[in-house]
Design a protein around this ligand. Sequence first.
Ligand SMILES: Cc1cc2nc3c(=O)[nH]c(=O)nc-3n(C[C@H](O)[C@H](O)[C@H](O)COP(=O)(O)OP(=O)(O)OC[C@H]3O[C@@H](n4cnc5c(N)ncnc54)[C@H](O)[C@@H]3O)c2cc1C
Length: 385
Amino acid sequence: MMATKTCDVAVVGAGVFGAWIALHLAKREQRVLLLDAYGPGHSRSSSGDESRIIRMGYGADEIYTQWSQRSLLQWKELFAASGNQELFQKTGVLWLAESGNPQLRATADVLGRNQVEFEQLDRAALGHRYPQINLEGIATGIYEPESGVLMARRAVAATAAEAVRLGVEAKLAAIAEPHGSGTIEYVTSSAGEKFVAKEFVFACGAWLAKLFPAFLEDRIFPTRQTVFYFGIPAGDDRFSSPALPTWLIKNDECYGMPDLESRGLKIAMDQHGERIDPDTQSRVVTSTEVEEIRRLVAYRFPALAHAPIVETRVCQYENTWNGDFLIDRHPTLSNVWLAGGGSGHGFKHGPAVGEYVTRQILDDAEPEPRLLLASKETLQHRTVY
Ligand SMILES: Cc1cc2nc3c(=O)[nH]c(=O)nc-3n(C[C@H](O)[C@H](O)[C@H](O)COP(=O)(O)OP(=O)(O)OC[C@H]3O[C@@H](n4cnc5c(N)ncnc54)[C@H](O)[C@@H]3O)c2cc1C
């Protein structure tokens, strides 16, 4: 007979969302099980990369500016308490765009209203400060000095470790889709183990589409995303912080980071790639992907035109139709919750997501309409960046 484990809340998925949900529930004295098929922040998860941007600018989508503010405070608290301060790197974040870009205009309004420190830079100021970037087509910039980078994989590990310190039990288990209506008493793993709980949270990233095909297959769109690291010329500090901040170039739909921990300049496209299966997609970049990124690096960072690619990574976004997260109850099971749809920008928000889900479960808090399942459409039309 297989073992049975009992707790208040079983959280399935130990990426950044699941780890923070478990941590917030534990702070509210819940007995929590944190279950993951492969382990916290593993390399096939969206949270398993080395680094993720934390920025406050979100155009007119003020909810994400505010969640980012709350989250940065909590990340810093966690890192300070666990002696991991290096997991937040205050590189500053620089937005670059063409003249009159509506997202930058709206970002400046929202940052001002929310007391976020920022500077607006014109072309002359940008050229003076960032001579290592080719600014062709770029007319304006916003610089957030207090923002930067979370060292993602290790930040998830630190979150999960803190949750375990507070009593959460973390376990390797691949959980099957729960069926039925009303409430369930337990979920089952592929090894036949039963996990009994009062509430269940599925924070399964791109896997949500596979796990709940009946209603999420056409509402969560997992896409292939590639990341490249370019080697910096020997003895050259123009691509390290503070000379180069973390940057997003709206003209080219790309973003990247300075040479952190001597890994090289990180660069990635923010456009959605092809639809993939997160268990089986190839994690090897193609020659076409290499050529495209080389062209872009040569154009925007001419000094790196012949730089070697020193590392690559293939990951996935788990997009909703417009980029808003999905946080809601299962449509027929009232004690089963869904938390996902990070849509290429979710990592930074782990702490706020954990807080929000905890309040939904324990306090019956008023839900945010744009996060509900009912708001999720089946045709992609991205509006949140
Ligand atoms: C290339 C790239 C760049 C990005 N850049 C940024 C950025 O700069 N800033 C930012 O804020 N965000 C960014 N994001 C988005 C961010 O990384 C994701 O939104 C976030 O990591 C999603 O976390 P998650 O916990 O929802 O999913 P995941 O990290 O994928 O975790 C889901 C977990 O669920 C587990 N699981 C799934 N099914 C089961 C099951 N049946 N049983 C048990 N466990 C299961 C998986 O094993 C996995 O560990 C980026 C994403 C990518 C891919």
